[in-house]
Ligand binder design. Sequence first.
Ligand code: UDX
Length: 433
Amino acid sequence: MRISVTGCGYLGAVHASAMAKLGHDVIGIDVDEPKIASLAQGEPPFFEPELPELLTASIASGRLRFTTDPAAAAEATVHFVAVGTPQTSDGNAADLSYVDAAIDALLPHIGDGHVVVGKSTVPVGTAAKLAERIHETGARLVWNPEFLREGYAVRDTVEPDRLVYGVEPGDDASVAVLDEVYAHALELGTPRMVTDFATSELVKVAANAFLATKISFINAMAEIAEATGADVTQLADAIGHDSRIGRRFLNAGVGFGGGCLPKDIRAFTARAEELGRGEAVAFLKEVDGINLRRRKRVVDLATAELGGSVVGRKVAVLGVTFKPHSDDVRDSPALDVAVALKGLGAAVVAVDPKGVANARVRHPQLDYAEDATDALRGADLVILVTEWPEYVGLDPVATRELVAGATVIDGRNALDRDAWVGAGWRYRGMGRS
Ligand code: UDX
């Protein structure tokens, strides 16, 4: 298939590279010139495991090119739209300006027999509106939500756990086109569901709302555990053995962040309110509230551990990204904690294997260490906020030699508590005594 992908960020760059690997002819389009220049040289402008190898191989095959020229879309007949839908600066709704701009740029270059495939996460009702404009060119629209996780994006794109096509009634032709695009995944037996536009749009936000709720549920239990002396990790293990509940996404800690979960639950709430159904998802405000309280909990714990004031005390913050195996610091709980402690007067030194460059752009006021040893040396307090394997695997005995005060706050309940306590550390977890 001849494919264009508009928007070459975390989603689009991986999608374009993966589609080329699967044998399609792909042109990646983005308005960001430095990003396109870097991708064209086989260098992803962000960190994503397996992407550099995939990108290089796809470019070498001659099936993947990148450009800033929207007219290049005319070479393709299937047009993926993978631009971002961030939170608006003045509210909770999703900012659709990048989606609108992408469609505006595509319209002059599409026509009969073309299929536009929306992958961006959008408020329910968006596809129906866009379809009217797309139909005027003779092309069709499919909404095909993306469920990839950063850190596993390549695997999730090549072998997704399900495919959802939102189509207009009777649009079998577009279904057949997408089946050809995704022939590899379908041959592997990937479940594929054909729905209407609204259902496909809702599948994505409902999935993310559910995951966010699951995390906030266990973090709410952590709050109760903290008041009672119970241990939330044992609680999660015990309820997780019930297969109806399941253990995944029940890790209590500093909560969820990133470019998807936080903004998606807020946009969902805003859209439901517009539809007069705000009550149906009012619980998502609680989910958001519980989540944000966990960041404050870490800051409060740090203050308490340092005797009521952090002023002038050296705090080593391990991790700035919203999760390991990513360089993404969007709405990162780790970075929020570092910034809050700095705001309270602590001498914060943050460190991260991949996220420092992005963090520095957003928060140049923080001090960043070259490596964990550098961050830990002379620290009065250590806080683990992103569970990178290199921090989880720190040797508590050797680490103790580096610090001034042997207290660790485990913001992800990821450290081996017994080993740290055994090495003479005072250990504070989340929702554990
Ligand atoms: C998420 C969805 O998983 C994915 O399907 C969707 O396409 C985009 O949004 P992602 O943002 O990459 O993916 O991260 P995810 O792995 O879901 O983690 C989100 C946040 O939740 C991270 O900050 C993570 O640390 C946190 N988390 C996850 C917890 O706090 N506890 C858990 O048990 C699981």
